[in-house]
Design a protein. Structure first.
Length: 557
């Protein structure tokens, strides 16, 4: 143990020093146990020192100090007593409290030391003698050694004791008061308690219920309900008009005559050379021709050499049928001033004929139209819900049309020279269906499962709101919002057994967990619930919200 000045003392505890200064509370002469306990509860410091004046009503009974010590222990506080009156210190010390003769000693003056009763007896110190409690515990007494300067005291100075008789009379009065206080504490106290269990909004809870094809019964544990796949066979057929055309064309043929006006050399024109009309209708020569040099006849007549060759139109069709002289453009690379070309006769034989023929485009368009018709027939059957049990909801987003089978191989239609053709498709469609009624029941059970230990749902307060479901694959998900009012479960006899003998603060704290509580103790200075159940009246009211509860509170389950 260390003195405030730093000197080590024998013993197992340390005297609180200046760094651990207590909150000092000055009591009035008329303060009783109830007001003192209330002031103790209002303090926030862990170490509290009550300063008692001479004649304090609190110092008339040891039981008062015992009650204060219990109240301090319950709240985790360390209570100490400052009293100049030796009898007050003796009573407080016998209740197991640390006592001081003055505030100066409490505040840790140089001369102040904390000793146990055994140490005080062994050292024979001056000051208040150490005493022990009736249960054998040691009392911590603050002893003040003799010093030159007097120690200041608290409260009124004690009246001088004139005679031994007066002292004896005072001790008798104190004993009577103590005995009377103990008797009143054991036999007179009673408690009237009214508890209104808490009722509060529970939720909203956001739940998710799934409808699945692998579930046969509603299950609140897995939050699932049954779903079923429904099948619908559908067909579609139609006669289609052929839009394809078979075109037959032939190339025009004829002949052209080349003329060579070059007197200096001959000109060779190879087969495949291209001649053309002014409108760019082209012809290909079918043979090679050689033109000798041109000759000059007397006196100055130029005689070109000529050669004819068969030609064929480059493009098939009637466009190759041209008139006499229409072909006048020589092949590329020829000097058009020295080489000339013409067709002495019209070209003929160019033809163009058309007939209906089924094309790939016709078949593709027919398949597209039949697929659309097939889907429409499927949609109609789902809408009509033929063969579906009443109350079942079919989810369009789960509709699936299987592979379609054509009435004949579409590839065999391509190339047929017909004006119309017939084609059909058949398939089986599926859709997911759910009876939503069990969703509400599953959500109600899930809400009840999450209400929390010690709570129960109030009948008739549950509300289940099922949102818009969404489907993906073979699962339909229902968003659900669940709300209710829950109330505290209160067992009268069990609760009564728990609060018997508790300090008022402990009892109130325990009952506050269940709801709003009113506790009335008699007499009013009593701060402990009676241990006798016959002295306790516990009334359980109807559940109601706490007055301070905010609307819309979402409690934790």
């Amino acid at each position: 143990m260390t003195r405030p000045g730093g000197t080590d003392m024998p013993g197992g505890t340390d005297t609180p020093g200046v760094a651990d200064a207590p909150e000092v509370v000055y009591l009035d002469v008329d303060d009783e146990i109830t007001s003192a306990a209330a002031r103790l509860r209002r303090t926030e410091a862990e170490r509290v020192a009550f300063v008692l004046p001479y004649g304090s009503r609190l110092a008339t009974s040891r039981i008062n100090f015992r009650l204060l010590a219990r109240e301090a222990g319950t709240r985790g506080k360390r209570l100490e007593i400052v009293a100049a009156d030796p009898s007050a210190r003796a009573l407080a010390g016998s209740a197991g409290l640390t006592v001081y003769p003055s505030v100066a000693v409490l505040e840790g003056g140089e001369a102040a030391v904390a000793w146990t009763a055994a140490e005080a007896a062994a050292a024979g110190s001056a000051g208040t003698p150490a005493t022990g409690t009736s249960d054998g515990t040691e009392t911590r007494i603050i002893a003040v050694p003799k010093v030159a300067d007097p120690i200041p005291t608290v409260g009124r100075r004690p009246p001088p004791v004139r005679t031994r008789t007066a002292l004896i009379a005072a001790l008798v009065v104190v004993a009577l008061l103590a005995v009377g206080g103990i008797g009143a504490f054991l036999y007179l106290p009673s408690a009237t308690i009214v508890l209104t269990p808490t009722a509060e909004a529970f939720g909203p809870l956001s739940l998710t219920v799934q409808a699945r094809t692998d579930v046969s019964q509603p299950d609140a544990a897995t939050m699932s309900v049954p779903a079923r796949t429904y099948q619908f066979p559908v067909t579609a057929s139609q006669t289609f008009t052929t839009t394809g055309t078979k075109v037959t064309e032939a190339k025009a043929t004829g002949s052209v005559t080349f003329s060579n006006f070059d007197t200096g050399r001959s000109n060779r024109i190879d087969a495949g050379s291209i001649v053309a009309t002014d409108s760019d209708i082209e012809f290909r020569t079918l043979a090679t021709v050689t033109l000798p040099p041109a000759t000059v006849e007397f006196p100055f007549t130029l005689r070109p050499s000529t050669a004819s060759v068969a030609v064929e139109a480059i493009q098939a069709g009637v466009s190759g049928n041209v008139g006499v002289g229409a072909i006048d453009n020589v092949p590329k690379g020829e000097n058009k001033n020295l080489t000339k070309v013409t067709n002495p006769d019209p070209t003929t034989g160019g033809t163009h004929t058309e007939s209906p023929q089924v094309s790939q485009q016709d078949v593709d368009a027919a398949m597209t139209a039949l697929t659309t018709a097939l889907q429409g027939a499927f949609d109609t059957q789902v809408r009509d819900a033929a063969g579906v049990p009443a109350g079942t909801t079919l989810f369009d987003e789960t509709k699936a049309l299987g592979a379609a089978t054509p009435s004949l191989d579409p590839a065999t239609l391509v190339g047929q020279e017909v004006g119309t053709f017939d084609l059909g498709l058949q398939a089986t469609g599926t859709v997911l269906g759910v009876d939503p009624a069990p969703v509400t029941a599953v959500a109600e059970q899930a809400l009840a499962n999450q209400v929390g230990a010690g709570w129960q749902l109030q009948p008739g307060t549950t509300r289940i709101d099922v949102g818009t479901p969404s489907a993906a694959g073979d699962v339909v998900t229902f968003p659900v919002t669940a709300t209710a009012t829950r109330a505290r479960i209160v067992d009268h006899d069990a609760l009564l057994a728990q609060i018997k003998g508790l300090v008022l603060a402990e009892a109130r704290a325990k009952l506050d967990d269940y709801g709003q509580v009113q506790i009335t103790l008699w007499p009013d200075w009593v701060s402990t619930i009676p241990t006798n159940a016959d002295r306790i009246s516990l009334t359980i009211g109807s559940p109601a919200p706490r007055p301070s509860a905010s609307p819309g509170t979402n409690p934790t389950p």
